[in-house]
Design a protein around this ligand. Sequence first.
Ligand code: ZN
Length: 615
Amino acid sequence: MRTSNWILTAALLVSIGTAAQQATDSQAPTQSPATAAAQTADPSQQAAPAPDAQQPAATASQPGQTSAQSAPVQTMAPPPALPAPTTMDQVVNLFIEREHGLIKALSNRTPVVETYLQNLTADPQLGPVPSEDHYFLGRLDMGENIDRKDYLKEQERSMQQRLLGGFQKLYKVQYQPMGFSWMVYADRTDFDREHYDFRYVRREFLGDVRCLVFDVTPKAKSGRGRFLGRVWVEDQGFNIVRLNGTYYPAPRNSYFFHMDSWRLNLIPGYWVPSFIYSEEGDFSAGVKSKVAFKAQTRIWGYDLKKGGKDDELTNIRVDSVQDSSATAQDASPLQAERVWQQQAEDNVVERLTSAGLLAPEGDVDRILQTVVNNLEVTNNIDLPRPVRTRVLLTAPLETFSVGNTIVISRGLVDVLPDEASLAAVLSHELAHIVLGHNLGSKYAFNDRMLFSDDATYQNLGFKHIPEEETAADKKAVEFLKNSPYAQKLDTVGLFLKALQQRALSLNALLTTHLGNPLAEAGQVSRLSALSTQGPALDNNKLDQIAALPLGGRVKVNPWDDKAEMVKTAPVAITSARDKMPFEVTPFFPRLSRYGGNAPTAAPTTAANGAQNPGN
Ligand SMILES: [Zn+2]
């Protein structure tokens, strides 16, 4: 349960990079304080999707805001309090017990798991850069053993096939081993003293949470594929909050890659596996290994199918019913048509939300809505039904719209450099709405919504024909030129150029699942009229930030899927390698305890070295 839903944080999408270069958004009629979000290019700060401890405990949730303060979380009771340990040996016993408790507590969950992987190649100027990419989305059955025997082979091709085996079909429900999720737990079956040695290393803060750090090594002859690495154990409930390491020993001609796995305290008493970063590859001179990649795995949707969601969906339904009955008259044919379309739109939004693909209405939507408003007001757009926005929880860069709802993916919000570029991608969808391209209403029949979650991508699609795409781009540019963003379209041009530069190597990131792609066959097509706008792309210009790394803007609560803007402190970019446009970076969430009962207001610079990404 998060506490920050009612605070309009940050302003996103101000120019980033060096803090000094922010444009002031004074002429934009935004309500959002377009100040704070100077972005960092420091992966450790940027990827930080931890709940906010600094927020005051829930006080005034805003009216009209769905569920800022929802009911007590779930049916999962916190584990009983344990006697305080007096020796490190007792601490080991406690976290072993807690680990087994977590495995049991989550065993009926089937969260969504997404892995986005970039293969790397060395660029003399930029260092390791993506050469190609892969994307996997599925459901993880936490009750199943995650089988580590399905290791990868040395050759990259077979590595990916084996590792990601069964993952070819997007959004296929997975009840099979998934390599990147191995480190959800250290060892699902044998995490005990018979199989492992535990050695206390030191105390260390991770965010607001004081931890005890232990090295974990498999005992001799305890079998293959045992966890080898380090665990961080918080010092109140003695739950593991972070695991970092690999598996050992590997069979001949095979190996296990390294992972850094983070948990968040999203429900009382439990720290829930949330982010796993994996990386392999050594670009030092003389190294011959061909395998080089970095990958982010995100897990969310723990609460799907249970609790929480229903209320919110009911609220949306109630709203739309009220809208249509307010006239207290029979509907005219045109009104009936509109209500019918609204119903189709609501059905789709509800279906995507219950499949764990859309975030519930929230924080980020208010920022998106503000930008859409700016476009509407300055273009005198007056639609019979209001335009709404929602966040697709996945990484691939896409927008689409259904009825009057504009959907933008988390990954796209992440990489956009500023508010003007956000306005640009939203304006394309607004144009579809204004031009009447979204009037299809086949989804108003509820039976069309009756398919399983894994078939969502097959059954829903909101792609437009090329003529509509061209018309929407044309209209979008008109909107932008009348808007507060008219003078800032250079950054849109730069973004499109950066996207073009990486388009061939980021095929998976550019493969859309529900809407039209921004680029096809390595050629950026979206808003091409703006692609020549602005200065030339220049990696050496440190104040020129054309696109951001993934993970820097939107953080998702893995338990309830709510999305909010990340708050990061500006970090100066000191070399072209700091820019990392569209790239994957390590996670470094700021850990805090559930409900924020941590020491008050510990800022990021808390007095300890744990914030350094030096792992
Ligand atoms: Zn379109």
